[in-house]
Design a protein around this ligand. Structure first.
Ligand SMILES: NC(=O)c1ccc[n+]([C@@H]2O[C@H](COP(=O)([O-])OP(=O)(O)OC[C@H]3O[C@@H](n4cnc5c(N)ncnc54)[C@H](O)[C@@H]3O)[C@@H](O)[C@H]2O)c1
Length: 286
């Protein structure tokens, strides 16, 4: 694939952040867009931005957790656009809380969106990407899919799963000489609404969580989209977004599990900072 002109690109989670920025950049590059999200208002804003840039756009409210809906959606997109060249499994959510304080339902919700959403999107669109003769599947993992981080057990599990799934699939498709390239995206911190849009365990102070995320020197969503699209165009197996992603990947390769001695205390300190004060432990003022 040399460029994005006249390519049909499907983006999940297109109503905000990285998905919205991908839509803008692909629109500017002349792609046709099939955008989806569960956030109707955010999605409408992305459609508006893409249309201003002259793109042909279709938008649908689709929950990536719903495999049947996703399969029907893929049929609809194929019928309308004729060919599907690019699929970005981007929709995601996060969750903060130690494993001890995270409820099973929270693990299930995070895995349902982040992991099963990617599986549902892949299974629904892969036949159409193969049929295009020149397809590209892009699955969004995270630096927390490279290394574990205290307080991110559910999110890390989902993002490790996305990376394993994507790498296995890439090798399978190569061995079978399928005309589909596969890229796993590993963003570090990106300035988006992800933390505001997400949940946390009972003991976590949401405003402290948002504050700590906003303090993080992440890249903008637009920069992330540019790096992702450059990497996809080059057919890379893995696209690292941001210096933090590069450092963590290098650290993991050099230190093996030894990275935990550095990341562990940093994460434990962060978890303490975002923990709501335990009222029962505070002394009443005299
Ligand atoms: N922002 C970061 O620092 C960062 C870092 C690493 C990885 N990522 C990953 O990048 C991807 C995009 O995240 P973002 O930062 O742009 O966040 P965001 O919250 O700005 O955008 C995510 C979008 O996904 C949508 N979404 C959530 N659940 C959905 C569902 N069940 N079905 C359909 N859509 C759903 C949300 O409505 C939202 O519009 C996610 O997979 C996220 O895990 C983000």
């Amino acid at each position: 694939m040399t460029g994005y002109l006249d390519r049909t690109a499907v983006i999940t989670g297109a109503g905000s952040g990285i998905g919205q920025a991908l839509a803008r950049r692909l629109a500017a590059a002349g792609a046709r867009l099939a955008l989806s999200d569960i956030d109707e208002i955010g999605l409408a804003e992305t459609v508006r931005q893409a249309k201003v840039l002259g793109a042909q756009v279709r938008s649908d409210v689709v929950d990536v957790r719903d495999s049947v809906r996703m399969a029907n959606y893929a049929q609809t997109i194929r019928a309308q656009f004729g060919t599907v060249h690019l699929m970005f499994n981007n929709a995601g959510t996060t969750f903060a809380g130690s494993v001890e304080e995270t409820e099973l339902a929270d693990f299930e919700r995070v895995l349902a969106v982040n992991f099963w959403g990617v599986v549902n999107g892949t299974k629904a669109f892969l036949p159409h990407l193969i049929a295009s003769g020149d397809g590209h599947l892009v699955n969004v993992s995270s630096v927390f899919g490279l290394v574990g981080f205290p307080g991110q057990g559910a999110y890390s599990a989902s993002k490790f799963a996305v990376r394993g799934f994507t790498e296995a699939l890439r090798m399978e498709l190569r061995a079978a000489h399928r005309p589909v390239r596969v890229t796993c995206v590993i963003p570090g911190g990106v300035k988006t609404g992800i933390v505001r849009n997400s949940h946390a365990a009972k003991g976590i102070d949401l405003s402290a969580l948002v504050e700590s995320f906003d303090r993080d020197p992440g890249v903008t969503a637009d920069t992330a989209a540019r790096v992702i699209l450059d990497g996809v165009r080059a057919g890379r197996a893995q696209v690292l977004v941001g210096r933090d992603a590069l450092v963590l990947e290098l650290g993991r390769r050099l230190l093996g599990t030894g990275y935990q001695r550095i990341v562990g205390p940093i994460g434990a300190r962060w978890l303490e900072q975002v923990r709501a004060p335990r009222r029962d432990l505070l002394r009443e003022p005299k």
